[in-house]
Design a protein around this ligand. Structure first.
Ligand code: FA5
Length: 345
């Protein structure tokens, strides 16, 4: 019976199997337990000897069980240590990192360029008064230019508030706020009821430049724009000033850059270039000498001071600088698009 028990105990490879072996060889129905019970029926002379032998046998079985028990427990502990190991070096999925939007990067770069020329940054609200957005800029209610900049009006009708259609109201705010000499850059978000297409978006960004000082001429405007464009886009970039009309500047000029997709030819493989609409030029913004009427409305002494101003689209600047062919990429907010630009532009 001891040999059988030992065999069963050794054969047990798990704690469950050992439990079964213990029941079979140490339990109430085990051969040794049965033998123990039969001692009572033996003649008195044989009782002591039988009791001793069965006691020894039960002791041996107990020992074997205990030994196997601790072996199997040690096995189990080792296995748990391996199976439940925490590997602190494993790469776990993290919340994906975002990226700074290139519009922010270009805006900061433009600001840096002007700040390095000694200009200051000025800001104004996106919900702006109609008076500052239009009237003070020589765009009265019946002026056709008011319709040209398709305006979002703020309810209720007649509130006198609009979502600013350009950054030019910040010009007026600045002139009302401080005395010349004024050298400010006003970056910000603007809104128009334009449909989203390859070169337009209803919410876009402009930066407005304003200089008011003694003896300022159109030559200062041209020199400033040239210096700026060369620093933002690089040496080779070609620009042109095209006579134009803005109510708030006189004379006025459109600032264009040569189209970077078709190289200025207006066609790609015989088809009309979609980026510049076949003109070979991309319009960057408007500029001019600040209209005397605007200076006067803002309380500037026009006998003493003249000024120039310009307003450029940041989206257009980004497209030009980084060969972005479609405005959709800029507004859709796909982090993979932003990631291409890194942290600095
Ligand atoms: C103006 O907004 C004038 N305030 C600019 C100005 C300032 C002129 C100071 C003179 C003196 P314009 O409407 O042309 O001008 O817009 C300026 C630039 O904004 C455009 O040249 C273009 O680069 C950009 N822009 C206009 N509409 C959109 C649009 N829907 N999406 C993206 N960019 C646009």
């Amino acid at each position: 019976a001891v040999a059988q028990a030992r065999a069963a105990i050794t054969a047990a490879t798990t704690l469950e199997e050992l439990k079964a072996a213990r029941l079979a060889h140490q339990g109430e129905k085990s051969p040794l337990a049965l033998a123990n019970r039969e001692i009572g029926a033996l003649p008195p002379s044989a009782k002591a000897e039988a009791g001793k032998r069965i006691g020894q046998a039960r002791g041996q079985v107990s020992q074997a069980l205990a030994a196997r028990q601790s072996e199997l427990e040690a096995d189990r502990d080792r296995r748990i240590l391996v199976e439940e190991t925490v590997d602190l070096t494993v790469r776990v999925p993290r919340r994906p990192l975002g990226a700074r939007h290139p519009i922010s990067l270009v805006s900061e770069r433009v600001e840096d360029i002007f700040v390095s020329m000694g200009w200051e940054i000025a800001e104004g609200p996106e919900v702006e008064s109609e008076w500052l957005t239009f009237d003070a800029l020589n765009i009265p209610a019946d002026h056709p230019a008011r319709q040209e900049q398709d305006t979002f009006f703020v309810e209720p009708a007649g509130s006198g508030l609009v979502l600013r259609t350009h950054t030019s109201p910040v010009q007026v705010r600045t002139m009302l706020d401080r005395e010349p000499p004024i050298y400010v850059l006003c970056p910000g978000k603007v809104f128009r009821t334009d449909d989203l297409d390859a070169t337009h978006t209803p919410v876009f960004h402009q930066f407005e430049g304003l200089v008011v000082d003694e003896g300022i001429t159109m030559a200062h405007l041209k020199g400033t724009l040239d210096a700026f464009v060369q620093r933002l886009f690089g040496e080779g970039i070609v620009t042109r000033l095209r006579p134009n009309y803005f109510p708030f500047t006189e004379p006025s000029a459109e600032i264009d850059c040569r189209c970077w997709v078709c190289g200025g030819s207006g066609t790609i493989d015989g088809d009309k270039c979609r980026t510049c609409g076949g003109t070979g030029w991309i319009e960057l913004g408007g500029s001019g000498m600040v209209n005397q009427r605007v200076l006067r409305a803002a309380g500037v002494d026009t006998d003493r001071y003249t000024g120039f101003a310009f307003g450029l689209g940041i989206e257009r600047s980004l497209m030009l600088r980084h060969n972005v062919a479609d405005m959709h990429d800029i507004v859709e907010g796909d982090v993979r698009f932003s990631q291409q630009f890194g942290m600095e532009i």
